[in-house]
Each structure stands twice: as structure tokens, then as C-alpha cells.
Unconditional design. Structure first.
Length: 505
């Protein structure tokens, strides 16, 4: 074997020569065969991801066993989580953010639970209420929790996490719901009281037309104190909803077929001496009371604006939603089997518009206990409790499109919309099934599927109800107050109790 050594300079020369030879060989082998052009990749495109949205269902297998919360994903109608909560839940509400749920349980506790697909029993916390308290409805803004309490005629304020009792504020007799600002940036909340002594808590459900007129007590958020004087309402107010801009508050008076309109900027009924708007030359009038039936028109002496049509002899409003797309208030008239569609548009100066109060009445099924409206304001859906149906109404032509049969006798109906497609959920207090309707823009409404939960449904809310008003999530509806028992006075009897009312479908 022979070994050859070269100097470093000669080695570099030989390496250069070798590199040149290889390059020449490559060219000879085929010029351009190994060329790879630089290309910017084009990623595949498709529809935008769907916004996360859940339907949250609270059910009760029995009055004494643990209730159950079921979280259903909008996409695919999939059950994402199931967890036990306190025994015999009778009341359910979501906070304004759709992040936390609360239930009132039969053992006197308040269950607090996060809305999460990983929800388990260990994440449910409890607040102990006073043994003497008799809470009816809750309002859950983005922070804190409000509860009307028949014992002592107060509204209780809770704070922290889990929610703990903070203070009680005295209000008018028989406080039945709280409504107002969803955040602390608002100026005040309003406590709606039926304004008579009612030990059972269901007098308005038994005989709404014989009761006295109700009142609204303003609560200043900055100081947590009640304003004086109270604001007069109609007979047996059962529910209220505020416009998203927080300029008007609408109270449903079941006893006299009216809606009381509160100007929350002035903290009084929407009352004024007619005046000429300088900028437009229009004569502005205010509307403290909106009649919903021919009987109410006769009783109040108020002539509705031009365009009002279809009023029936009786209404009995128990629930409503405000739609931002159309600036309309849509009411479920339980006693009249109708819905009312009311224009509540304001002008650019915050005054009632020229069409404010224009009302259209649409006949639906028997005893509509609630109503929900699609995001674009095109259609409304009613839960017809006696019929066991959902009626779909066109809010442009003010006509019925169709009526679908659902499982049970629905008392709750809610809608959500993502990616241009809507779904409507109907739930019944006498059934463990939730009926899901698809409401696509290109196809007819139809029953999509049903979801089985554990025990009969207490109530249902959705985390992204975007029809306009958040009240449908953050204000609960105890049967007897906004959610009727669906039994005539002859069956209820004079000694009927709130707990009995809650248990009746």
C-alpha cells in the first residue's frame, strides 16, 4: 500500500477541479431534469368555523333526588357533559355571559356550576339560603346575582364565587322578578312587584284580573338602595324585558292585557306632554301603556297607532323577547292563544318613533307559554303548552307558517344561531325529551331530532341567544310568574301553593 500526501494548497485545487467535474457531469446527464420551481402553496378553503354554542338543560328525576344538568352542543346536537346538581331543582338561570348556571334546589341551596364540556360533580358548588327565604326568580347579570324573596318582600343580592348572600333590599309586596342592566355599567335594576300580600305566591296565576295594580321599584346599582317613589304598572305583572340599549323597559301585565313602558333614562313611565321635535318638525308623543286586546283598548281608552291590526278579545301576556334587528317586542299571550308583534323603535334623539306601539296580533296555538325569535327577526316560535305544539310565525307577513308537534307540553322554547343556521329548542315539564327544530334559510322548519335527559325538564337556556335581548337567559321564570301552571282556578283551588304550582306541567 502506498500513501500519498499533498500540501493543503494542492488539495484545494484538486477539490475545486472535482467540483467542476461533477457540475459538468450533471449538465451532461440532462439539463433541467432536477429543476424544482418555487411555488407558494394554496391552502384549501371552506366555511368559517361555527361559533361555540350550547343548550343547557336542567332536569329533575324526582323532587327529592339530585337534579341533572345536561350540556348539548349546537353542532351535531351532541351531549357534551352531564353532571348532578342539588335535589329537586325548581328554578334555573344562566348569567349574561353564558358562563355560569344557577339552580334553586328543594333543600334550600343554590347550585353554582360552570358551563363547560368538562363539567363534573366536583365543579358544582353550593350556597346555603336562609331557611325562611322563599325566592321566586333570579336575575344573573355578568357579575353578582339577584333574587326576589316573598319572605319579607325583599330582593336579595348575592356576590363572590360561589354566590354568597350580601344584603336584602326592601321592596313593594310580592316581588316576582328583577330585570335591568346586564353589567355594573348600567345605572339601575328594577324589581317588579305584584303589590299585594300573597302567602301562596300564585294568586296572579289563579285569578289575574281581580288583583291590584303592580309597581316597579328602581334599585340604584352604585349604592344598592331603592329609589322612591315606585313606578305604577298594570294588574298582575309577570315578566319584564329591557331593550339592549337600556333606554326602555317593558313589563307584561297579564291581568289587564297591557304592557307598561318605562323610560329608564328618566326613571319613570314613558310619559310626556306632546311636543314638536325641533330637528324633524314631528309631534312626539309618549306611550306609558300599550294595549294588547280590544278589551284593553276599551278599558284604558288608549287608541293604538295606525297600522295596529288583529287584536282579539283577550291576551294575557306572560313572556316576551326583544329583537334588535327589527326593534320589535314579541309577546306570548298565554290566555288569548296569540302573539303580539309591537314596533318599539326610537328615533335618533331617543324619543318614541312615529310608529312606536304599532301592534300586530297573530293567532297561534292554545296557551303559548313562551316565544323565541330568530336573529334576523324573520320568524317567531311559540311553545303552545296545552296543544303540545310549536307554532312558527312569519313576522313580516304576520301569518302562521306551520305548526309542529313536539314531545310533551312545551313551556320553554329558545333559539340560537351560528354560521347562518338557527336551531330552536322546545322543552316540556312533563317530558324528559328536548325537541330540536332546524331553521335553515333555504329549507322549511322541521323537527331535527330529540335529546333524552334524565328526568323531566325544569328549564332550558342557550349560551348564545342572539335574537337581541339577554333577558331570556339571565332572568328565570318560575311557574306562576311568567310560566303559568296550566291549570284553571277550579283545579288550582284557593289554597294552592307555589311548590304545587312548580310541580304541575
Amino acid at each position: 500500500m502506498r500513501l500519498f500526501f499533498m500540501s493543503s494548497g494542492r488539495a484545494r485545487v484538486r477539490l475545486v477541479e472535482a467540483g467542476a467535474a461533477l457540475a459538468a457531469a450533471a449538465l451532461i446527464a440532462g439539463c433541467g431534469n432536477s429543476y424544482r420551481p418555487v411555488v407558494t402553496p394554496v391552502n384549501s378553503s371552506g366555511p368559517a368555523a361555527q361559533v361555540t354554542s350550547y343548550a343547557v338543560v336542567v332536569s329533575a328525576p324526582s323532587p327529592t333526588t339530585d337534579g341533572v344538568v345536561t350540556i348539548v352542543d349546537y353542532s351535531g346536537d351532541t351531549v357534551m357533559a352531564v353532571a348532578p346538581i342539588g335535589p329537586g331543582p325548581s328554578n334555573f338561570v344562566l348569567d349574561e355571559l353564558g358562563a355560569t348556571g344557577y339552580t334553586l334546589d328543594s333543600d334550600g341551596t343554590l347550585a353554582n356550576f360552570p358551563i363547560s364540556t368538562s363539567l363534573q360533580a366536583k365543579y358544582v358548588t353550593y350556597s346555603t339560603l336562609s331557611s325562611s327565604s322563599l325566592p321566586l326568580n333570579f336575575m344573573a347579570p355578568s357579575s353578582g346575582l339577584w333574587a326576589t324573596d316573598l319572605n319579607g318582600n325583599v330582593v336579595d343580592l348575592f356576590s363572590s364565587s360561589p354566590q354568597a348572600f350580601k344584603l336584602a333590599i326592601s321592596v313593594a309586596p310580592t316581588p316576582i322578578t328583577v330585570v335591568g342592566s346586564p353589567t355594573l355599567s348600567g345605572q339601575r335594576e328594577y324589581v317588579i312587584s305584584e303589590n299585594f300580600t300573597d302567602a301562596t305566591g300564585v294568586a296572579c296565576n289563579i285569578s289575574p284580573t281581580t288583583q291590584t295594580t303592580g309597581v316597579a321599584t328602581p334599585i340604584e346599582i352604585a349604592t344598592n338602595t331603592a329609589d322612591s317613589p315606585t313606578i305604577p304598572l298594570g294588574k298582575c305583572p309577570v315578566y319584564a324585558v329591557q331593550s339592549p340599549d337600556q333606554k326602555r323597559l317593558f313589563v307584561m301585565n297579564r291581568g289587564d292585557d297591557t304592557v307598561s313602558v318605562i323610560d329608564t333614562q328618566k326613571n319613570m313611565l314613558d310619559s310626556c306632554t306632546p311636543f314638536v321635535e325641533h330637528e324633524t318638525g314631528r309631534t312626539v308623543t309618549c306611550h306609558p301603556t300599550l294595549p294588547l286586546s280590544t278589551a284593553a283598548v276599551t278599558a284604558t281608552g288608549i287608541t293604538p297607532p295606525n297600522g295596529t291590526s288583529g287584536m282579539t278579545a283577550k291576551a294575557g301576556p306572560v313572556y316576551a323577547e326583544y329583537n334588535s334587528a327589527t326593534n320589535q317586542l314579541i309577546l306570548a299571550n298565554y290566555d288569548g292563544g296569540t302573539i303580539s308583534v309591537i314596533d318599539v323603535t326610537l328615533d335618533e334623539y331617543g324619543n318614541d318613533s312615529a310608529t312606536f306601539g304599532t301592534t300586530y296580533t297573530i293567532p297561534v296555538g292554545n296557551n303559548p307559554a313562551s316565544v323565541t325569535v330568530l336573529y334576523d327577526g324573520s320568524r317567531a316560535y311559540t311553545a303552545n303548552q296545552t296543544d303540545g305544539t310549536v307554532t312558527i310565525a312569519n313576522l313580516t307577513s304576520h301569518s302562521v307558517l306551520k305548526t309542529l308537534t313536539v314531545v310533551g307540553h312545551p313551556r320553554t322554547v329558545a333559539s340560537t344561531q351560528n354560521s347562518g343556521y338557527s336551531k330552536v329548542y322546545a322543552a316540556s315539564p312533563d317530558s324528559p325529551y328536548v325537541t330540536i327544530l332546524s331553521a335553515t334559510p333555504t329549507a322549511s322548519d322541521q323537527v331535527d331530532t330529540t335529546i333524552l335527559v334524565e328526568g323531566n325538564v325544569v328549564d332550558l337556556h342557550v349560551t348564545t341567544q342572539n335574537g337581541g335581548s339577554g333577558n331570556s337567559n339571565m332572568v328565570s321564570r318560575t311557574p306562576g310568574y311568567g310560566q303559568p301552571c296550566n291549570r284553571p282556578p277550579s283545579v288550582l283551588g284557593s289554597s294552592f301553593t307555589l311548590k304545587q304550582c312548580q310541580a304541575i306541567p
